[in-house]
Design a protein around this ligand. Structure first.
Ligand SMILES: [Zn+2]
Length: 217
């Protein structure tokens, strides 16, 4: 299922969660209704850019929408070894490699910045340094794999940073933005214990990179 620009699910019944934010309740825009036991899940989409595919699970990975996507960062595939394998020999920056959806699918700019800060790694470091010369995962690759997983897990638990309708809120997106360590915190003191650095923002590949030049090396 793809929500397009304006799609959302309305959930009625026992599974309705704390972070469910329906964008529209106008039933004129209800397009698909799922009934699961005592729960009704309604797909609503005023602009109708969303879409759904129904296909056997075994064919999913080869479908054109998925065939070029990298590994799932919250699945079991993400590890120091897989990072080393994916990034080995790459001279591109670590930040750019993390954002490359053909390598890992689903890490956006915010989470790349946050994961790099947690792992103490510079966004400008060559991605290839996640592997040793012999191709084994470097110790820092383990730190990065753990940081990516931790940041995404916490963000999901906090309702993400983008689950709410942009039009309804003044930048308030879920709750995870309250735990940002570097993202959107330019000039703030670095939150790493014992670090006396200040968060900096630079443009990197057309995106804002927030980082601490002192403890991220
Ligand atoms: Zn720092």
């Amino acid at each position: 299922m793809h929500l397009g620009m304006s799609g959302s699910f309305r959930i009625k019944g026992e599974v309705a969660g704390r972070f469910h934010h329906a964008r529209s309740r106008l039933s004129a825009h209800d397009h698909v209704v799922f009934r699961l036991g005592g729960t009704t899940i309604t797909y609503n989409d005023p602009r109708r850019f969303g879409f759904m595919l129904l296909l056997p699970r075994a064919e999913l990975a080869d479908h054109p929408f998925f065939a070029h996507l990298g590994l799932e960062p919250l699945g079991n595939e993400l590890s120091a070894a897989s990072l080393a394998g994916l990034f080995r020999g790459k001279a591109t920056s670590l930040k750019a490699a993390l954002l490359d959806q053909r390598l890992i699918a689903g890490i956006g700019n915010i989470y790349a910045c946050e994961a790099l800060h947690r792992s103490g790694l510079s966004p400008f470091r060559a991605a290839g340094t996640m592997a040793t010369k012999s191709g084994k995962p470097a110790v820092r690759a383990e730190r990065l794999a753990q940081a990516v997983r931790a940041v995404l897990t916490e963000a999901v638990a906090a309702g993400g940073s983008s689950l709410r309708d942009h039009a309804q809120t003044n930048g308030e997106l879920g709750y995870f933005q309250h735990t940002f360590r570097v993202y959107d915190r330019e000039h703030a003191a670095c939150p790493t214990p014992g670090c006396r650095g200040t968060v900096k923002r630079v443009a990197q590949n057309g995106r804002s990179t927030f980082f601490c030049p002192v403890c991220q090396t």
